[in-house]
Design a protein around this ligand. Structure first.
Ligand code: NDP
Length: 502
């Protein structure tokens, strides 16, 4: 294994701050309350330097079988506990996450390459809230009763479903894991998390937090590995897994549904996006640029909700673009652990190449206003997977770069004249996760929001999340909604009892 210098330095720095933890150079599975050594390993690479900083084990049938058996055994007791008894465990888990905030902040950056600055904007709180919110929700929410006029009463009961496979992507790994862990466990199910192969460190730390919080063995398990013909696929085919909560690419979601069909699992699918960001002439342009910068380049643009298609009313097109290009050029790209950095590295060499292939298409068929190049950075960041923030114009709505999810710091910009044209352009992709509408005309905000075929619309902002509201995608961006009582429908089995009361 390559000498993981930077990784060690970080761990040492954390230890100097008084952290009791030692991160493993060899990541382990977490099965049945034990940290289990793997047999086959793959390297864990820090995206900002290309250095191997750890190794992670590939879970195969054996580890998946063990984890499912442990989760099944734990389910027998955990599912029978009233929510009020499960809540203290989950609160301790959330507290442990908060206590280890700086550690999670650094580990997330080592996993993802995201600037640590962005991890300090409430990311770790959100992780803890994801768990606490659903623990409280399960306690405070009851069920419905439907009296009938002819002497009957119906009442609705909710039961835990069983063993859940939680399959997560690499872009917001610990936040998305807790978004699934929270409702899964709070509603009495037990879980096996299969994190993305690129980001095993945060998942290991989550297991450590769950362990220290005293979660009963088997309630929460982590099996590392890959997707096809590896831990991911074995989990989705396992007959004792009842529920699959998946976040990832649309194409992967389709494969998982096929693989889980034989055992008729229930699926929640949070899939890809190609969100339109509509900027109308009445928008506050400075604010619109600020929102657009975040929506375009937060997490290097590796966000399912990224506003990667900018639709700008022609009367403000030039003025908006001038401001946007100036802001993009000023973005500080580089060392993600430097608190001043505002854009980090893409997740992996292969992903950088994928994003660069779209840049090359744009170079041939469109105009790159800014970006499109690897920034020149000092050693060791010259080996990292960086790309300048990239703004592309002169595109047609049917172009590949306007239709496909690029998942990097590259946005396309198209002008429009009328509200109707903007709506038509916005709806013109197979995706429908979310949209951004920037206008100071309230009537317009309402009309346009209603007409957009998406799961979420943000007006004059982006990525504001209230855990009570439904979250999920329309069209090819997903199936189902999670959040608040919407999660009730997915993470609980529902039964109606009809009683003759005469
Ligand atoms: P992928 O679909 O490639 O992978 C997601 C997870 O699925 C990973 O853990 C992956 O493992 C696993 N996986 C892959 N193939 C299979 C399989 N056949 N069976 C079981 N598991 C499998 O997505 P990315 O990790 O590349 O993440 C980026 C995608 O996620 C983007 O499309 C983005 O839009 C979407 N996303 C959606 C969100 C939403 O809320 N709608 C939020 C965040 C991201 P491995 O990593 O080992 O391949």
């Amino acid at each position: 294994m390559v000498e993981p210098k930077l990784y060690k330095e970080t761990v040492d720095r954390l230890k100097a701050l008084g952290f009791p933890l030692e991160l493993p150079l060899e990541v382990t599975h977490y099965i049945g309350g034990e940290f289990v050594r793997g047999e086959n390993f793959f390297p864990v690479v820090y995206p900002a330097t290309g250095e191997v900083i750890a190794t992670a084990p590939e879970g195969r049938e054996k580890e998946v079988d063990l984890a499912v058996a442990a989760a099944k055994e734990a389910f027998a007791k955990w599912s029978k506990m009233p929510p009020s008894q499960r809540r203290p465990y989950l609160r301790r888990f959330a507290e442990k996450i908060r206590e280890w905030r700086p550690l999670f902040e650094v580990v997330e950056t080592l996993d993802v390459g995201r600037p640590i600055h962005e991890n300090r904007l409430g990311y770790v709180d959100r992780m803890a809230n994801n768990i606490e919110f659903f623990a409280d929700f399960a306690v405070t929410h009851g069920s419905e009763a439907y009296p009938m006029e002819n002497g009957y009463i119906n009442y609705v009961l909710r039961f835990p479903v069983g063993v859940a496979a939680l399959i997560t992507p690499w872009n917001m790994p610990t936040m998305l894991a807790t978004w699934k862990i929270g409702p899964t466990l709070a509603f009495g199910n037990t879980a096996i998390l299969k994190p993305a192969e690129f980001t095993p460190l945060g998942a290991w730390l989550l297991a450590k937090a769950a362990h220290e919080a005293g979660l009963p063995p088997g309630v929460f398990n982590v099996v590392h590995g890959f997707g096809p013909n590896s831990a991911g696929e074995f989990l989705t085919r396992h007959p004792d897994v009842r529920l699959i909560s998946f976040t990832g690419e649309t194409a992967t979601g389709k494969v998982i549904i096929k693989n889980g069909a034989d055992t008729l699992k229930r699926f929640s699918m949070e899939l890809g996006g190609k969100a339109p960001n509509l900027i109308f002439e009445s928008a506050d342009l400075d604010r619109a640029v600020e929102v657009t910068m975040r929506a375009s380049f937060f997490n290097q643009g590796e966000v399912c909700l990224a506003g990667s298609r900018l639709l700008v009313q022609r009367s403000v097109y030039r003025a908006f673009l001038d401001k946007l290009v100036a802001a993009a050029k000023a973005l500080k790209v580089g060392d993600p652990l430097d608190p001043e950095t505002r854009m980090g590295a893409l997740i992996a060499q292969e992903h950088l190449e994928k994003v660069m292939s779209y840049v090359e298409i744009a170079r041939k068929t469109a105009t790159i206003l800014t970006g499109g190049r690897r920034p020149e950075l000092p050693h060791p960041f010259d080996k990292g997977y960086f790309l300048e923030p990239t703004v592309v114009v002169d595109v047609k709505p049917s172009d590949k770069v306007c239709q496909e999810e690029i998942f990097g710091p590259m946005v396309v910009v198209m002008p429009f004249d009328t509200e109707e044209e903007a709506i038509e352009l916005a709806n013109n992709t197979p995706y429908g996760l979310n949209a951004i509408v920037q206008t100071r005309d309230v009537g317009q905000a309402v009309r346009v929001s209603e007409a957009l075929e998406v799961g979420t619309v943000w007006v004059n902002d982006w990525f504001v999340r209230d855990l009570r509201v439904p979250f999920g995608g329309a069209k090819q961006s997903g199936i189902g909604r999670e959040g608040g009582h919407y999660g009730y429908e997915f993470y609980y089995e529902i039964k109606n009892v009809c009683i003759a009361n005469k």
